[in-house]
Design a protein around this ligand. Structure first.
Ligand code: GDP
Length: 294
C-alpha cells in the first residue's frame, strides 16, 4: 500500500526517513572493513576504485580518499553500458585529474578492461614502482560490480558475484592471466545523509529492496525520470505523462502492464517491481542519474 502525502517534500523526507531507519549500517563491520583496507593497502601497488557510472559520486565511499591517501589509483566507472554517453564523458573528465587515470568499463562483457594491466603499469611506473607483477586492490561499495570485474579479469569465476547488495566477502588474492594480481575486499556501505544520494543508491539497487517501501521508491524513480529522461519513460511504457503525478504515471504503467488485482485494484508491488527492474536492467535506455557540478 503506497502512502502519499499531499506535500511532495514531506513525502520525500518521509521516504528517506523510512529508508535510513530500516537500513542496518553495521558500525562494527564498517570499522573492521576499514582496518582491513588500511592493512591491505601496504601489500598492494595500486588501487582500483570501482564506481557505478550511473551515479559515480553517490556510489563513491567518501572515506576512501582518506584511506587510500597518495597510493596510485585507477578509477573504474563500471556499468558504463547502463549510463548515458554524455554522462560517461563528463565523469571521465571530472575524475581524470592529476595522476588519476579513469576507465569506462562493462565488467559483464569486458569492454574497457583490455588495457587495464598496461594502464596500471603506466600509473605505478610514474609512482616509481617497477615490480614485474602488479598487485592491485579492488575497492568499492557493495553492488558496483567488483566481483564481476575480478572474474572478468581472471577469466573465470573466482570472486563471488551477486545481485544482492551487502554480501560481505573476506580478503582474497586472485591471479589473472596478465601480470596482475587482484586483492578482493569487502564492500562497505557507510551511512549517507544526503537524500538524493540515498535515493540514487536505492534506484541502482545498492540498498536492498527488502528494507524499502518499493511503491514509494518506484514513484520517486518515476519523478526523477520525468525530470531527466521523459521521452524514454513515455516510449518504454507507451504512456502519456503530461500533467500527471508520479503516482498517476505508476498507475498508468500498471494498467498497460496488466498489474491489476482481482477486484480491479492496482497491484502496486508488481508494477513497482517492474519499473525498478526495467530501469536497473537498462531497458529504459542508458541513463545517468547525476552529473558533475549538479
Ligand atoms: P560487488 O558487490 O561490487 O562485487 O558487485 P557484483 O560483482 O556482485 O555485481 C552486482 C550486479 O551488477 C550483478 O548482478 C552483476 O551482474 C551486475 N554487473 C556488474 N558489472 C556490470 C556491468 O558492467 N554492467 C551491467 N549491466 N551489470 C553489471
Amino acid at each position: 500500500m503506497i502512502q502519499v502525502l499531499n506535500n511532495k517534500t514531506a513525502y520525500k523526507i518521509e521516504m528517506v526517513f523510512v529508508m535510513t531507519e530500516n537500513i542496518n549500517w553495521f558500525p562494527k563491520h564498517m570499522k573492521d572493513s576499514e582496518d582491513l583496507l588500511k592493512k591491505s593497502l601496504k601489500a598492494v601497488d595500486i588501487v582500483f576504485e570501482v564506481l557505478d557510472a550511473r551515479a559515480p559520486l553517490s556510489s563513491k565511499d567518501m572515506n576512501i580518499d582518506r584511506i587510500i591517501g597518495q597510493k596510485a589509483r585507477i578509477v573504474i566507472l563500471n556499468k558504463c553500458d547502463l549510463s548515458s554517453n554524455d554522462g560517461n564523458k563528463q565523469w571521465v573528465s571530472f575524475f581524470n585529474r592529476g595522476d588519476t587515470e579513469v576507465v569506462l568499463v562493462n565488467a559483464v562483457n569486458g569492454d574497457g578492461l583490455k588495457n587495464i594491466t598496461n594502464l596500471a603499469r603506466k600509473v605505478i611506473t610514474k609512482a616509481g614502482i617497477k615490480n614485474k607483477s602488479i598487485r592491485a586492490m579492488v575497492v568499492g561499495i557493495p553492488n558496483v560490480g567488483k566481483s564481476t570485474l575480478i572474474n572478468c579479469l581472471a577469466g573465470k569465476k573466482k570472486a563471488k558475484a551477486s545481485n544482492k547488495p551487502g554480501v560481505t566477502r573476506f580478503k582474497q588474492w586472485i591471479d589473472t592471466k596478465s601480470q596482475l594480481e587482484l586483492l578482493d575486499t569487502p564492500g562497505i556501505l557507510r551511512p549517507r545523509e544526503d537524500k538524493d544520494t540515498v535515493l540514487n543508491l536505492a534506484f541502482i539497487g545498492t540498498i536492498n529492496d527488502d528494507v524499502l517501501d518499493v511503491g514509494t521508491l518506484a514513484s520517486d524513480l518515476i519523478e526523477k525520470l520525468v525530470e531527466i529522461v521523459p521521452e524514454e519513460l513515455c516510449a518504454r511504457f507507451k504512456i502519456d505523462i503530461n500533467d500527471k503525478t508520479p503516482l498517476e504515471i505508476l498507475e498508468n504503467i500498471a494498467a498497460k502492464r496488466g498489474c491489476i488485482l482481482k477486484g480491479g485494484s492496482i497491484d502496486y508491488m508488481r508494477v513497482s517491481g517492474i519499473v525498478l527492474s526495467e530501469f536497473r536492467k537498462g531497458k529504459l535506455g542508458k541513463i545517468t542519474l547525476e552529473y558533475p557540478g549538479c
